[in-house]
Design a binder for this molecule. Structure first.
Ligand code: SAH
Length: 248
């Protein structure tokens, strides 16, 4: 079981697979006023940076599930490196339908809401693992500016303008699901640069090391087209944030 290989190549050097910087991740952890010993579930945990740093900085315990064997292995190594391997665990698997055996105080899905079939479905899935009064975290894109055409939306990597909402509408959509938005931390363009531009050096180094790989043509094309595409579209139009929700 694995994710498409292109992600494993382009994001192999990322610790955070979304436009959050380490500072934003720490800000989010502090904003949630996590108690030591709080249990956190993370669906689509990537390379585990959220759980590992929150275990180190705030004393949480947690479990992450991710479909990428490469990222899951990196998460386990990171836990060892930060000395928190006794407090956080990482499972390689499909998080669709995953419900924790023991309920958690925080249930998160950052940048992977397709796991539950969209934002509403993922909130419903996370709610099954949550203690009463617990917090759900959803990391999701929104439009900073509404794309003036479907072509611009596609330039941002979306299928359609309707894939995402503007920030006020996204916040209102949580209301409609009967959740209070109790906190939010938003990425900025510098954070987008860290997420997107960091892929370019990784791609270049991978190409230099693997010139004859079947995938080299695709990675070469991507390295050529990505910087201007990113600057024209994603960087200008797409926002990203983590929204903390509590059921009413
Ligand atoms: N939350 C992490 C990773 C976000 S990237 C972070 O913010 O750094 C999206 C992640 O979802 C990738 O690590 C990918 O491997 C994982 N993923 C994709 N589909 C999945 C699925 N069905 N079940 C579990 N993980 C999945």
């Amino acid at each position: 079981m694995d994710i498409p290989r292109i992600f494993t190549i382009t994001e192999s050097a990322h610790r955070i697979h979304n436009p959050f910087t380490p500072e934003k991740l720490a800000t989010l952890g502090a904003a949630l006023r996590l108690e030591p010993g709080a249990r956190v579930l993370d669906l689509g945990s990537g390379s585990g940076e959220m759980l590992c740093t929150w275990a180190r900085d705030y004393g949480i315990t947690g479990v992450g599930i991710d479909m990428s064997p490469v990222f899951t292995e990196q998460a386990k190594l990171r836990a060892e490196e930060l000395g928190v391997a006794d407090r956080v665990g990482f499972i390689h698997g499909d998080a669709a339908g995953y419900v924790a055996d023991e309920k958690v105080g925080v249930a998160a899905c950052l940048g992977a809401t397709w796991i539950g079939g969209g934002v509403a479905g993922t909130i419903g899935l996370l709610a099954k693992s949550l203690c009463p009064g617990g917090i759900i975290l959803i990391g999701e894109p929104y439009w900073r500016q509404l794309p003036p055409s479907e072509d611009v939306a596609r330039g941002c990597g979306a299928h359609s303008v309707s894939d995402f909402l503007m920030l006020p509408e996204l916040l209102a959509s949580f209301n409609d699901l009967n959740y209070d938005v109790v906190e939010m931390v938003l990425a900025d363009q510098d954070g987008w640069d860290r997420y997107e531009a960091a892929k370019w050096l990784t791609m270049r180094r991978w190409l230099d090391a693997n010139p004859d790989d079947d995938f080299a043509k695709e990675v070469r094309a991507s390295l050529t087209s990505e910087p201007p595409r990113y600057a024209a579209y994603t960087r200008e139009y797409l926002g990203w944030g983590v929204f903390a929700l509590m059921a009413r």
